[in-house]
Ligand binder design. Structure first.
Ligand code: ADP
Ligand code: ZN
Length: 602
C-alpha cells in the first residue's frame, strides 16, 4: 500500500478509520516498528490483529502470520483486504494455482501479509522461499498452541525454531486470547521473546452485561430472555450435550427463530453450512455445544446464553467473550442449577486424573461457583481470574444494576451441616437435601434416617433452594469430600464454626427470572433516534447484498457500530464519511458513492 503519512496513528486513521488505539495497542505497535518483540495477551475482539497489521504496513517487507486455523484463513485474508491490505494465504487446502499466485506475489514483494499454517511454515521449501524475501515481521497467532501448559498444544508450533532462527533480527509478535500466567511465560520462552515484552490487557469488556440466574424451567427462562432481545439479534446458546442442542434448536425454530444446531455429532457439511450462515446472515441463533466458536470472529453477536454451567471461568469468559466484539451493548446470560454443579463435581471426582489434578479442577469449579453465587459485583472475580484488577464502577452486571435481595441462611446452613453429621458424614449433598426435605424414601428407612429429628424439617423450601445452600457450603469449604472417595461429605473446622452459629450467612435470593425483571442495557435499533432507524435498516440490507455478492461475512464490509454511526450522523460527503469510526480510505473508494446514495434516498 502507498501510505502518504506513515505514523501508526495516521495509518490507524487512514487505513482502518479508527481514532485511537485501544489498551496496549499503541505501545506494542511502536515497539514492533522499532524492532522489539512482544507477547500480546488480549481477549478475543480486543484488537490483536492491528498489533501486527499496522507494523506490517509501516515496516518494509511482508509480515508472515502463522495461523493454525486453515478454515478461518480466508476470512482473515478477506478482512485484511477489505482495508486495502495486500494479503493472501498459503495452506494445504488450496488449489495449486492459488499457491503459485501467492508465491509469486510474495517473491515480487507485492504482499503486506502472508497467512500460513504452521505445518506449511515448517517445510524446507517455505524456508527457501522466504530466504529470497524481505520480511517485515513475524506474527504467531493463537500462540498458546506453542505451550504444553496451554489448552491446545500443537507439535507443529514447537517446530517453528528453524524458521525463527532464519529470521533472527526480524521482530516477532506472539498473540493469544487464552493463556494463564504460566502459559504466558512459557510462550515467551518457547519463542525466544524477553519476559519484559509481555503485554496483558483489555480483559474488561465494558459493553457486555453479565446476568446469572438459577435454573428452574430453563426453556421458559430462555424464551423470556430471547423475547427481551431486539428482533434480528444474532446470538449463541450453549448447551452441554448434543441431544440438548438438537432439542433446543428445534424448540426455538418452532417459536419462529432462525435457530441452527452445531455440535460434533453433525455431518461436517451441515456444521460448515450452519457456521457459515451464522457468520454471513443477520439474526441467526446458533444453538451449540462448546465445540462451536473457536476462532469465530463475528463482531455483532448480541448475546451468548448458557443453559448449562460452563467448565471453568476461563471457558466462560472465552465463550461469553464472543458477544459484542463490535463494542455495542451485548449480554452474557446464564442459568445454572444445583444439579449442574453436582454433575461437574462428579465428573471431576470420577475422572482418571491424579489427585493433584483433581484438586486443581475442583478449585477451578469452586471459583466458578463463587462467581455464580456472588451477591456482589461479578466483574471483580471475573477479571481477577486473569490477573487484571477491576477498576469500576460497574454498570455491567446484574448484581450492580439491581442489587439482589439477600436472605439469611445462617440457621438453614446449620440444619444442612447437622444432617451431614447425623447421617455419619458419608453422604453426598443430594441425599442430605432429600433427608432435610423428607424425601429420602426407602434408603432413609433402611438406615433409620427417617427417625432423625431433622428428617423433613426443610420440606417447606424447594429442592433448588437447599441445593443452593449446599453449594454455598461447598464453595465456603464447610463441607469437603471425605477420604472414602464416593463423594461423601464431611465437616471441616470452618464447618464446625458455622454449625455453632459463629458465622452469620446470607445468600442471594433465587432469581426466578434471570435478567428479565429489569430491562438491562441492550443493543437495539430502538436505541437509535427515530429518524436514524430506517436508515440503519436500509444500510444493513445494502450490506447484506454486498456481503452475499462478494461471498464474505457482513462485518468485512462494515461493522454494525459503523453503520449505526452513519445512520445517526448522515454524512453528506466523502470527507464527512471519513470522520465515521470504521471508515478508512479503501472503504471510501469502494463504497463511498453507494453509501452517500443510501443516505440521500433515506
Ligand atoms: P482479536 O484479533 O483480538 O480477536 P481483532 O483484531 O479482530 O480482534 O479486532 C476486533 C475488532 O475491533 C475489529 O473489527 C477491529 O477492526 C476493531 N478494532 C481493533 N482495534 C481498534 C481500535 N483501536 N479502535 C476501534 N476498533 C478497533
Ligand atoms: Zn458489577
Amino acid at each position: 500500500m502507498d501510505l502518504v503519512r506513515n505514523t501508526p496513528e495516521a495509518v490507524l486513521k487512514d487505513v482502518f478509520g479508527y481514532d485511537a488505539f485501544r489498551s496496549a495497542q499503541g505501545e506494542i505497535i511502536d515497539g514492533l516498528i522499532a524492532g522489539k518483540d512482544a507477547v500480546v495477551i488480549m481477549p478475543t475482539g480486543a484488537g490483536k490483529s492491528l498489533c501486527y497489521q499496522i507494523p506490517a504496513l509501516i515496516r518494509p517487507g511482508v509480515c508472515i502470520v502463522i495461523s493454525p486455523l486453515i478454515a478461518l484463513m480466508d476470512d482473515q485474508v478477506a478482512a485484511a483486504r477489505s482495508f486495502g491490505m495486500r494479503a493472501t494465504a498459503l495452506n494445504s487446502a488450496q488449489e495449486f494455482d492459488s499457491t503459485i499466485a501467492a508465491e509469486n506475489a510474495l517473491e515480487s514483494g507485492a504482499l503486506d501479509l502472508l497467512f500460513v499454517a504452521p505445518e506449511r511454515a515448517n517445510l524446507p521449501s517455505f524456508h527457501e522461499l522466504i530466504s529470497r524475501c524481505d520480511v517485515a515481521l513475524i506474527a504467531i497467532d493463537e500462540a498458546h498452541c506453542v505451550s504444553q501448559w496451554g489448552h491446545d498444544f500443537r507439535p507443529d508450533y514447537r517446530q517453528l525454531g528453524p524458521l525463527l532462527d532464519m529470521l533472527r533480527g526480524v521482530p516477532r509478535v506472539a498473540l493469544t486470547a487464552t493463556a494463564d500466567s504460566r502459559t504466558q511465560i512459557d510462550i515467551a520462552e518457547q519463542l525466544g521473546i524477553a519476559q519484559d515484552r509481555l503485554f496483558v490487557s483489555g480483559f474488561d469488556r465494558p459493553n457486555i452485561t453479565y446476568q446469572v440466574g438459577l435454573k428452574n424451567n430453563p426453556m421458559q427462562q430462555l424464551r423470556r430472555f430471547l423475547a427481551a432481545q431486539e428482533d434480528g439479534a444474532a446470538g449463541i446458546v450453549y448447551c452441554q450435550t448434543r441431544n440438548r442442542v438438537d432439542e433446543v434448536a428445534k424448540a426455538l425454530a418452532t417459536d419462529g427463530h432462525t435457530a441452527l444446531p452445531y455440535h460434533a455429532g453433525l455431518e461436517p457439511e451441515i456444521r460448515a453450512r450452519n457456521q457459515s450462515r451464522f457468520l454471513r446472515e443477520d439474526g441467526i441463533i446458533m444453538v451449540a455445544t462448546v465445540a462451536f466458536g473457536m476462532g469465530i470472529n463475528k463482531p455483532d453477536v448480541r448475546f451468548v446464553a448458557h443453559l448449562d454451567l460452563p467448565k471453568t471461568i476461563e471457558a466462560y469468559y472465552q465463550e461469553t467473550g464472543r458477544a459484542g466484539r463490535d463494542d455495542l451493548p451485548a449480554t452474557a446470560w446464564m442459568v445454572y442449577g444445583g444439579s449442574d454443579v453436582a454433575q461437574a463435581r462428579r465428573f471431576i471426582l470420577q475422572s482418571d486424573a491424579d489427585e493433584t489434578q483433581k484438586k486443581l479442577e475442583l478449585s477451578r469449579l469452586n471459583a466458578l461457583i463463587s462467581y455464580c453465587e456472588t451477591a456482589d459485583c461479578r466483574l471483580e472475580p471475573l477479571l481477577s481470574y486473569f490477573g487484571e484488577r477491576y477498576k469500576g464502577p460497574c454498570t455491567a452486571c446484574d448484581n450492580c444494576l439491581s442489587p439482589p435481595e439477600q436472605i439469611d441462611i445462617t440457621v438453614d446452613m446449620q440444619k444442612l451441616l447437622s444432617a451431614a453429621i447425623r447421617t455419619g458424614e458419608v453422604y453426598g449433598f443430594h441425599y442430605l437435601v432429600d433427608v432435610l426435605r423428607g424425601q429420602a424414601g426407602e434408603k432413609a428407612v433402611r438406615f433409620g434416617h427417617d427417625q432423625l429429628k431433622l428428617y423433613g424439617i426443610g420440606a417447606k423450601e424447594p429442592k433448588s433452594y437447599w441445593l443452593s445452600v449446599a453449594n454455598v457450603a461447598l464453595a465456603k469449604k464447610y463441607l469437603v469430600e471425605n477420604d472414602k472417595g464416593f463423594g461423601g461429605l464431611k465437616l471441616t473446622p470452618a464447618g464446625w464454626d458455622a454449625i455453632k452459629g459463629a458465622i452469620p450467612l446470607t445468600m442471594r435470593k433465587e432469581r426466578l427470572e434471570a435478567g428479565s425483571k429489569k430491562k438491562l442495557r441492550k443493543a437495539a435499533v430502538g436505541d437509535l433516534p427515530l429518524d436514524a432507524q430506517a436508515l440503519f435498516t436500509s444500510l444493513k440490507a445494502w450490506r447484506l447484498g454486498e456481503a452475499k455478492a462478494q461471498d464474505v461475512p457482513a462485518f468485512v464490509i462494515f461493522g454494525d457500530a459503523t453503520l449505526k454511526a452513519i445512520a445517526v450522523h448522515k454524512p453528506q460527503s466523502e470527507a464527512e464519511l471519513l470522520e465515521i469510526s470504521g471508515v478508512g480510505a479503501k472503504k471510501i473508494e469502494r463504497y463511498g458513492t453507494q453509501l452517500l446514495s443510501e443516505i440521500k434516498s433515506a
